[in-house]
Design a protein around this ligand. Structure first.
Ligand SMILES: Cc1ncc(COP(=O)(O)O)c(C=O)c1O
Length: 463
């Protein structure tokens, strides 16, 4: 038994509310992920380790799709690649029927490499290089224009190809969500969006076939989508009235929350978040109310976070224990902000992989970076941990495997637990070759020549 100093802890009555279990979340234990023991996963693939559950991913996607498909006849899900573009994750979602929603050339290249045809791609985003736009037009991709320069690019492509190009435009609008993401697309309320449509009509080379907007992420009010849909449909009818273009699709973007917890929110996700049915109700009710009889444009949904977040977990191990000067226990783990970039905004569910006895104390969990900002949890209730103890961080499937940093440490293995229980490696851990593959060291700077004497300065300049 290791010595643990005695302590006196103040009982804080304010925390004893009716949601106490969910709020305090003392000493959660998660000994397996998708039916596979944490210890087995670590012994085979090491720590830290990202683990995805194929079953959880497919189930979540189907639940979401069914919520909408049972309320509206023409629904398409566009998989938001930026949320998670691991090939296996994209392939599973494409198998389930999602098309690809892309925002860059790199994502476009990824979708093409996966064999996704152009008519199953939506190209969004504020930076669409000319060559990518041209390739997308030739491929029959659905393109949502972000700004006037893109209109000009597309007109030039239309002239070059000698054909009219169908396009959509991205709107930003006030759906009651603050801050309003007004930097993308054309503003509806100020008249900027209508000016963009006028500009497209004047050019005579493009035909407007759809409207897109994305009101933000982790939107906790389903009625915000109702307001968004109403405004989009109404705007579509104004366009139809003036130019005769009937909207073929209304793309409402993503933004549904996952069962995660924003930093600073008091209650747990189970208490705070509406269900997907509430979102589907708000969106489809608003659609039915706003649409004219007989007009059912395709409803496109680009949900990212809500689809994949809960399918992803991260196993991490304690590599050091300490007490801070004020007595707070602190643990250094082998995964930090380099792997959990979203920890800047979200407070994760952190569980032990087995029951550890002893009193719990409010503790701090640090990542392995030699950086003061590398903090994963500043106030988690934990029993005394030892080096080698495992923690399982849940709901990390969204944005972490795309925003993770190649910084200080190698990025670890990522595995998928298939529905039959097999564990498959879907991204191998990095090594030094990944880090240095793109670097070039000029011969004059090779180590033997540089270290020590300053000899390189005296050497004649030759190859
Ligand atoms: C255009 C667009 N669509 C979809 C998404 C996915 O959003 P979320 O992960 O919040 O569902 C984003 C994310 O920023 C986006 O910009």
């Amino acid at each position: 038994m290791s010595y643990e100093k005695p302590m006196i802890r103040q009982l804080r009555g304010g925390l004893m509310n009716k949601f106490a279990g969910a709020t305090l979340r003392q000493r959660q234990v998660k000994s397996e992920i998708a039916g596979v023991a944490v210890e087995d996963l670590v012994s085979q693939f090491g720590s830290p380790l990202f683990v995805y559950s194929e079953r959880a991913l497919r189930r979540k996607f189907r639940t979401m799709r069914n919520a909408f498909a049972t309320r509206y006849p023409d629904v398409t899900f566009g998989w938001s690649y930026k949320t998670n573009y691991l090939k296996a994750i994209c392939a599973i979602l494409h198998q389930e029927g999602a098309i690809a929603e892309l925002v860059s050339k790199m994502e476009y290249d990824k979708a093409k490499a996966l064999g996704i045809p152009g008519n199953q791609i939506i190209l969004n985003g504020p930076h669409k290089p000319f060559e990518t736009l041209e390739a997308a037009v030739k491929d029959g991709v659905t393109i949502n224009i972000d700004h006037v320069d893109e209109i000009e690019d597309l007109e030039a492509i239309a002239t070059r190809l000698g054909k009219t190009i169908p396009v959509g435009i991205r709107l930003n609008l006030d759906a009651g969500i603050q801050p309003c993401w007004s930097r993308f697309g054309f503003n509806l309320e100020s008249g900027q969006a209508m000016e963009a449509v006028q500009r497209i009509a004047r050019g005579g080379k493009l035909r407007l076939t759809g409207l897109h907007s994305h009101i933000g992420t982790f939107i906790m009010d389903p009625h915000a989508y109702g307001r968004q849909v109403e405004k989009m449909v109404q705007f579509g009818y104004e366009i139809e009235h003036q130019w005769g273009w009937q909207m073929e699709y209304i793309d409402i973007g993503g933004g549904f929350p996952s069962r995660s917890r924003l930093k600073g929110s008091y209650h747990a996700a189970e208490v705070m978040l509406p269900t997907i049915d509430e979102y589907a109700d708000a969106i489809c009710d608003a659609l039915w109310k706003a649409l004219k009889p007989g007009h059912t444009p395709k409803l496109i949904i680009e949900s990212g976070r809500a689809v994949v977040d809960e399918a992803g977990s991260l196993i991490t191990s304690v590599c050091g224990t300490k007490r801070l000067p004020n007595g707070t226990p602190a643990y250094v783990i082998d995964a930090g902000i380099n792997l959990l970039f979203t920890s800047f905004w979200y407070r994760f569910d952190i569980a032990l992989d087995r029951f550890i006895p002893g009193p719990c104390e409010t503790s701090v969990v640090y990542g392995p970076m030699c950086m003061n900002i590398d903090v994963i949890d500043e106030g988690i209730s934990l029993p005394a941990l030892s080096r080698g103890d495992r923690l399982v961080v849940s709901n990390v499937g969204a944005y972490n495997n795309t925003q993770w940093l190649q910084f200080i440490e190698y990025r670890p293995n990522v595995v998928l637990v298939a529905e039959n229980g097999d564990v498959e490696l879907i991204r191998a851990a990095e090594d030094i070759t990944d880090i240095e593959r793109r670097e070039h060291l000029p011969a004059r700077l090779t180590t033997q020549q540089v270290v020590g004497t300053g000899a390189s300065e005296r050497r004649p300049r030759c190859a």
